[in-house]
Design a protein around this ligand. Structure first.
Ligand code: PGA
Length: 253
């Protein structure tokens, strides 16, 4: 059974102290996760160790980085390698968030290298895909997102594709308060799963978690996560408010 996941993407928000307090407040809610559920905190690099030590006490709570280098090691000032993350026992990393694609010029082929780095060091990539408003309005979103998958993931063999989590995040819904409707989310998630099935077979496609991201809030999470092909969410703004994120965790199937 594929995992149902609530992933918090803190982005470049919160001081260290605010981050600690937020985690404490969330853990105070004492939500026990079922075996098939996971909560993942994608925090800024300097907070990884603190977050890891908070999460390692609690079953199925995990820590993630928000990015890693496509290179092994060397003279790349300011970069953080997948091997470094592995040495901190960080088991997840967001790859290809639309903000990285847009502001840092990350391309599908660069992202395929980052995916490889993660897998080489036993880190599960949370691979983001999603279309802009212009692409949605021209009606070619299915092909666009399919190309993102093909160019960054489809070089992987069956064993490795099973280790990926996918996050569908329509850019027009990120941070805008404009969520995709549950029908729009379900339609795209079903499309992504069928693309995975065509490439790798049904058995593998049905085991890959596909998260929805883009203005997931406490008041819409239940409906979105209730869609048959939506396996939880990647949550930005609402993950910074304890009571909202607690509600979102409670909305997991
Ligand atoms: P949002 O961000 O929930 O604030 O829209 C989601 C994301 O970018 O991962």
């Amino acid at each position: 059974m594929r995992k149902q996941i609530a992933a918090a993407n803190w982005k470049m928000n919160l001081t260290f102290q605010q981050g600690e307090k937020l985690l404490d407040d969330i853990f105070d809610a004492g939500i026990d996760l079922a075996t098939h559920q996971q909560v993942i905190f994608a925090v800024p690099f300097p907070y990884l160790l603190m977050t890891r030590s908070e999460t390692e006490e609690v079953k199925n709570y995990e820590v993630a980085a928000q990015n890693c280098s496509d290179k092994d090691s060397g003279a790349y000032t300011g970069e953080v390698s997948a091997e470094m993350l592995h040495s901190l026992a960080v088991n997840f990393c967001i790859i290809g968030h639309s903000e990285r694609r847009e502001y840092f010029g990350e391309t599908n082929s660069l992202l395929s290298e980052k995916v490889n780095q993660c897998l080489k060091f036993n880190i599960t990539p949370i691979f983001c895909c999603g279309e802009s408003l212009a692409i949605r309005e021209s009606g070619i979103q299915n092909e666009f997102v399919q190309t993102q998958l093909r160019e960054s993931l489809f070089h992987l063999n069956e064993e490795n594709i099973k280790r990926i989590v996918i996050a569908y995040e329509p850019i027009w819904a990120i941070g805008t308060g404009k969520t995709a409707s549950s029908a729009q989310a379900q339609e795209m998630h079903a499309h992504l799963r069928s693309v995975l099935a065509k490439q790798y077979g049904n058995g593998i496609a049905k085991d890959i978690s596909i998260l929805y991201g883009g203005s997931v809030k406490a008041n819409n999470a239940k409906e979105l996560f209730g869609c048959p092909d939506v396996d939880g969410g990647l949550v930005g703004g609402a993950s910074l408010v304890a009571k909202d994120f607690i509600e979102i965790i409670r909305s997991l199937k």
